[in-house]
Design a protein around this ligand. Structure first.
Ligand code: C2E
Ligand code: MG
Ligand code: MG
Ligand code: MG
Length: 288
């Protein structure tokens, strides 16, 4: 159905849109009634250092099983939570659980958290993170905070200041999903960042002919301005090899491991200590 609105514009309501709006509303209601601290869990996706194959970090990813809606995907409920203060409760719960889990991991494994645009500019979130770091005694250098390119672009000036405020407490900041937000390279160069996470869509393109050139150029650009790269969504051995050749520092993806529970992650740590499946030896064999 099309409906004329004031000012002469036409507003189109499709069935799909209506369904999406209703689903979002259901998520909103379920979030309000939930005891988030109990219903949220976290999983960890290994991030490897490509040169050595060692586990260098884990990305903390939130999971929500609502008693009303069942399992809701992170992308879906985070987007809804960002429209209210629910996002702050989610961020705090995830950070609290993540830092607790970090105490069980080797000291040289970094822990990477996703934070939303509204967390980035919140003095309360910054203070909370600083306090939790002090309370748990974790080395702040072990903590990476990922903020999406789109979140940062929403307000460039404020974002730059906020990123610096986080770096001032000793944590590392990474630009997440780089390549999806259409920000200019000059703009990225001016941001106070430590790392860039290259979006899965670029990595997927590595198997094609042109994609290879683009991904290499992006990696070279990041290195030129002094940022280290993390490739996301690595799914095939050929993507893995091309990233190594391009000098990309870190990578994550289903090829290495899916997101894991803490117990499964600890088992993987032990296994990778005994035999490093993504190490140099394997690389030579793979390249032959
Ligand atoms: P993201 O930060 O870019 O996280 C990567 C997403 O890609 C994760 O989805 C992960 O499971 C998935 N992934 C990892 N490797 C592969 C691969 O090889 N192939 C494919 N196809 N996918 C892969 P997930 O866990 O569903 O999270 C989706 C998004 O939700 C995240 O994207 C992030 O933006 C957001 N998110 C997750 N946890 C949190 C959180 O605690 N706080 C905030 N603010 N956002 C979060
Ligand atoms: Mg992320
Ligand atoms: Mg990402
Ligand atoms: Mg993403």
């Amino acid at each position: 159905h099309a409906k004329h609105v004031e000012g002469g514009g036409v507003c189109v309501f499709s069935a799909a849109l209506e369904t999406a709006v209703r689903a979002d509303r259901a998520i909103e209601v379920a979030l309000q009634g939930s005891t988030l601290e109990d219903e949220l869990t976290i999983v960890f996706q290994p991030i490897i250092e490509l040169a050595s194959g060692r586990l260098s970090a884990v990305e903390v990813l939130v999971r929500w099983t609502s008693p009303v809606l069942g399992e809701v995907s992170a992308a879906d409920f985070i987007a809804v939570a960002e429209r209210s203060t629910a996002i702050h409760s989610i961020t705090r719960a995830v950070i609290r659980k993540g830092l607790k889990a970090a105490q069980h991991l080797p000291d040289d494994v970094a822990v990477s958290f996703n934070i939303s645009a509204c967390d980035l500019t919140s003095a309360t979130t910054l203070a909370f993170i600083r306090r939790e770091i002090e309370r748990t005694g974790i080395d702040p250098g072990r903590i990476w905070l990922e903020v999406t390119e789109t979140a940062v672009m929403a307000n460039a000036e404020t974002a730059a200041q906020a990123l610096q405020a986080f770096r001032d407490i000793g944590v590392h900041v990474a630009l997440d999903d780089f390549g999806t937000g259409y920000s200019s390279l000059g703009y990225v160069q001016r941001l106070p960042l430590d790392k860039v996470k290259i979006d899965r869509s670029f990595v997927a393109g590595l198997d094609g002919t042109d994609g290879d050139t683009i991904a290499r150029a992006v990696i070279t650009f990041c290195h030129t301005i002094g940022l280290s790269c993390v490739a996301e969504g690595v799914e095939t051995p050929s993507q893995w090899r091309m990233l190594q050749e391009a000098g990309c520092k870190h990578a994550q993806g289903y090829l290495f491991s899916k997101p894991l529970t803490l117990d499964a992650l600890l088992a993987l740590c032990t296994e990778w200590e005994r035999q490093r499946p993504w190490g140099a030896r394997q690389r030579q064999r793979g390249a032959a």
